[in-house]
Design a protein around this ligand. Structure first.
Ligand code: HEM
Length: 554
């Protein structure tokens, strides 16, 4: 065996170390802002952007030295999302990622005319009238939550600590499963394999995708690669050498067959018995997906969506409606647990509304939507704690956008009230940051003050956001289609929880970190995963909770 001498090895080691150091330093410099943008501990970095750097900030040091923009300016947001949205599509990285995650071209990964066509189908599902028809399904799932919680603390002293995040995650998946796609995951059964597998997959697939950030720019062309067998073979080879790819694929492979099975069952029913046969499905055909499949079935040939598009949109609906709502609900519970006055006021409002109903009769859609304190609290929570922190857009041609808050030109020093965004610039829209801009919401912008929504004049935001002027659900062509569903779902679950239980805080602080939505972790126990421990006590008057049977599966 031949050993190299010290003299020959040393320069080699020194050279390699130097090269690694240089590449690491350049990588860090190039990716400086990307590290800040995606830092799980970086929520304050986002929130402070408008106050620290103004409503347009240049982010220095992206890939290969390209700068990007971080925008919270109302007029610029309006132009980018509405008036000139055609030139600011979703990033190729995300379009590719969602296309692979949903195994097809659903709303999250198509643009322009195709996006408009699919959104027409989707928007029809989410009108207030349509969502109000889901009320009974929402109650059925919420009753299961109440039963499960009541059973967990039965016979134990008041103030038992329970991880409400786990319960709320189960609730939101069951609810979007039942009302969204007419499918039960048996989420309240601790031994439900269907829940464990699907939930594990849906919550891990995007974080796994973002860990593959080096290949994200190539996913969009990758997923269109032909022949398919070659793509699949290459993916298997990548999965063999890269465990993240293997887990990412496994997650997709455990979600997609569920959608296929539901879709095929609906199609069989339609073929055999026409529209009327859909009432035999899990949610009696009242779920949103049954409506979409039926509308697609009845549509003119030109308007029909192919099977893979309907399937991808099932994925978009379930994905869109999962972590965003469970994160918001968990946040809400921590707020009311900390603020017993607010909790009392909310409960009193609900009890008064219930007192006007016949015994055992539930509040309906309009009655829940009209509760002023609940409405103000939900609005304020979604403003101050937007579950989605920012979104990323590309610029496909040179575009001039107006500014509400003028900036100073770096070359002439002049004040300018419009700005040229050059083709190819990455544009980050700070949704959570805009929601806390003092120029828009006043000096107390970052404080949680539900009363601002009771005073109508304060709700006149200058932002283009579709919901009360806040950016939480975005606006324009890509505005969240599920916002009416989400708000009603949250209000209904919260009201049923507040009527059945009282909530008190635990002593350990909960830190909210940035993830796909904002994620709660107990300080010092981060490794245990996401959780929101809260003390709960069953209230006397609703002790006899009616258990509700899960929906039946086709
Ligand atoms: C608090 C709850 C929610 C928040 C804060 C939220 C927020 C958002 C935001 C900001 C977007 C735009 C993302 C982008 O363009 O990059 C979006 C899109 C979307 N959301 Fe939601 N969402 C929520 C609940 C829901 C629910 C309950 C559903 C369905 C039941 C849903 C379905 C969707 C879908 C399908 C899209 C993609 C729309 C498109 O690409 O055209 N969301 N949501």
């Amino acid at each position: 065996m031949v050993f190299a001498s010290h003299d020959s090895v040393f320069p080699l080691i020194a050279g390699s170390c130097g090269l690694i150091f240089l590449v690491a330093a350049m990588f860090k410099r190039w990716n400086r802002y990307l590290l800040d943008l995606h830092n799980p501990d970086g929520l304050d970095w986002h929130y402070s952007m408008p106050e620290k750097y103004g409503h347009v900030a240049r982010l220095k040091g992206g890939f290969f030295g390209a700068d990007a923009l971080y925008i919270t300016d109302p007029a610029a947001l309006s132009s980018i999302l509405i008036r000139q949205q055609a030139w600011f599509p979703e990033s190729t990285e995300f379009a590719g990622l969602f296309g692979i995650v949903h195994s097809g071209d659903g709303v999250a990964s198509v643009k322009g005319r195709e996006h408009r066509k699919q959104r027409k189908h989707m928007n029809a599902l989410f009108t207030a009238n349509r969502v109000s028809k889901l009320t009974a399904l929402f109650y059925a799932v919420t009753r299961q939550l109440q039963s499960k919680l009541a059973t967990a603390v039965a016979g134990k002293p008041p103030g038992q600590v329970v991880d409400m995040f786990d319960y709320l995650t189960r609730t939101t998946l069951e609810l979007v499963g039942t009302a969204g796609i007419g499918h039960t995951f048996n989420s309240f059964d601790d031994k439900s394999k269907a829940f464990e597998e699907f939930h594990g997959a849906i919550t891990s697939v995007l974080p796994l995708g973002s860990r593959m950030f080096l290949v994200l720019p190539f996913l969009e062309s990758w997923r269109r690669m032909k022949p398919v067998w070659l793509r699949r073979t290459l993916a298997s080879i990548a999965a063999f050498f890269w465990p993240t790819v293997a887990k990412f694929r496994a997650a997709i492979y455990s979600m997609h067959p569920v959608y296929v099975q539901i879709y095929k069952a609906r199609q069989r029913l339609l073929e055999e018995g026409g529209s009327a046969a859909l009432t035999e499905t899990a949610a009696d055909g009242k779920d949103l997906m049954s409506s979409m499949i039926q509308a697609n079935w009845d549509a003119d040939e030109a308007d029909k969506m192919p099977d893979d598009v309907v399937l991808a949109n099932m994925g978009s609906i379930v994905h869109g409606g999962q972590e965003t709502t469970s994160s918001s609900l968990a946040r809400f519970l921590t707020i009311v647990a900390e603020d017993s006055d607010l909790q009392q006021k909310l409960r009193a409002e609900l009890q008064n509304a219930k007192a006007k109903k016949a015994p055992g009769e539930d509040l309906d859609y309009v009655e829940i939507e009209k509760l002023p304190i609940l409405d103000a609290v939900v609005r304020e929570m979604l403003r101050v704690y937007s579950p989605v922190t920012f979104i990323w857009r590309q610029t496909t041609k040179d575009v001039v956008v107006p500014l509400t808050h003028p900036i100073r030109s770096t070359t002439t020093g002049e004040e300018i009230n419009e700005m040229l965004i050059e083709q190819g610039t990455a544009v980050y829209l700070g949704l959570a940051a805009a929601n806390r801009s003092t120029a828009v919401w006043g000096p107390d912008a970052s404080e949680f003050k539900p009363e601002r929504w009771l005073n109508r004049t304060q709700t006149e935001s200058k932002l283009p956001g579709a919901y009360s002027g806040m950016m939480t659900f975005l606006s324009g062509a890509k505005v969240c289609p599920g916002r009416i569903f989400a708000i009603f779902e949250m209000k209904l679950i919260l009201s049923e929880l507040l009527l059945a239980f009282s909530f008190d805080p635990v002593s350990e602080p909960i830190d909210w970190k940035m993830g796909i939505a904002i994620e709660p972790r107990v300080r010092g126990r981060e490794k245990e995963g996401l959780q929101v421990p809260v003390r709960i006590t069953v209230l006397q008057q609703v002790n006899n909770l009616r258990g509700a049977a899960p929906v039946r599966e086709v």
